[in-house]
Design a protein around this ligand. Structure first.
Ligand SMILES: Nc1ncnc2c1ncn2[C@@H]1O[C@H](COP(=O)(O)OP(=O)(O)OP(=O)(O)O)[C@@H](O)[C@H]1O
Ligand SMILES: [Mg+2]
Length: 226
């Protein structure tokens, strides 16, 4: 049996809570006995020289998305090959064991094969990668996001751009164009991190699906913000 990663992309506007959520989700999955691996899409872009332009005024890095997609697929594939090698070695080892303790062999083998491999991919470009089983777009009320971005000392123009992206749900619509019904959206505005994790776990385990289009932050513009 070949082992494949279930790839879960955690995306959204800068500051929505992707890294916080991705790290805690990874820990939770490990605790629950899954084989989880976390990837930072930004680190992959930086470590592989995939930044093609830097917009100084907006403090915005432009990444070669095509190359990023290819690189990420290669990384996941390499991880899967490692797991499959380990798995076949494990099975060989267990074959020897089976002469002395057949029950133990069967149990171990099943346990290993049944474990789900889950890759958590953190980053606002993760939804642009083709290797994806589910995308979770984290959304947050622009008033909350504004406070977070001000705290980060972002420039006025960068804050305005990001708030516009959040109101217009840019990540959700981009993700939808590529992944359609694999895309989920969570309004995290009134949720604790534990509630967010709970929803993410249900999405990962196919117990919940939250299609895009239901979250509306347009009143941010109507209130006189631009
Ligand atoms: N559910 C939450 N409730 C309250 N605050 C949160 C929540 N999630 C994240 N935060 C806070 O919001 C800020 C931004 O979070 P985080 O760095 O995880 O965002 P991000 O989406 O990864 O941002 P970036 O795109 O810049 O990497 C942090 O100060 C974090 O503590
Ligand atoms: Mg982050």
């Amino acid at each position: 049996m070949s082992l494949n990663y279930k790839v879960i992309c955690i995306t959204g506007t800068p500051g929505v809570g992707k890294t916080t959520t991705a790290k805690m989700l990874h820990k939770k999955l490990l605790k629950k006995g899954h084989e989880s691996k976390i990837f930072s899409i930004n680190e992959i872009a930086i470590n592989n020289d995939l930044i093609i332009k830097y917009d100084e005024e907006k403090d915005f890095k432009i990444v070669d998305v095509e190359k990023l997609d290819k690189k990420f697929s290669e990384l996941i594939h390499a991880e899967e090959n490692n797991k499959n090698d380990l798995n076949s070695k494990n099975n060989l080892g267990n074959n020897n064991l089976s002469y002395t303790n057949n029950l133990n062999y069967t149990n171990n083998n099943l346990k290993f094969d049944n474990k789900e491999l889950i890759a958590i991919v953190d980053g606002h470009l993760s939804h642009l990668c083709s290797r994806c089983d589910k995308t979770i777009v984290l959304r947050v009320n622009p008033d909350i996001l504004k406070k977070r971005l001000i705290k980060r000392n972002y420039s006025k123009i960068k804050i305005k751009d990001n708030l516009e992206s959040e109101v217009l749900a840019i990540c959700s619509y981009e993700a939808n164009e590529i992944h359609e019904n694999k895309v989920n959206e969570i309004d995290t505005s009134d949720l604790s991190i534990y509630q967010i994790l709970h929803i993410c776990m249900d999405i990962i385990q196919d117990k919940n699906h939250l299609p895009i289009g239901k979250i509306d932050f347009m009143d941010y513009f109507l209130k006189g913000n631009e």
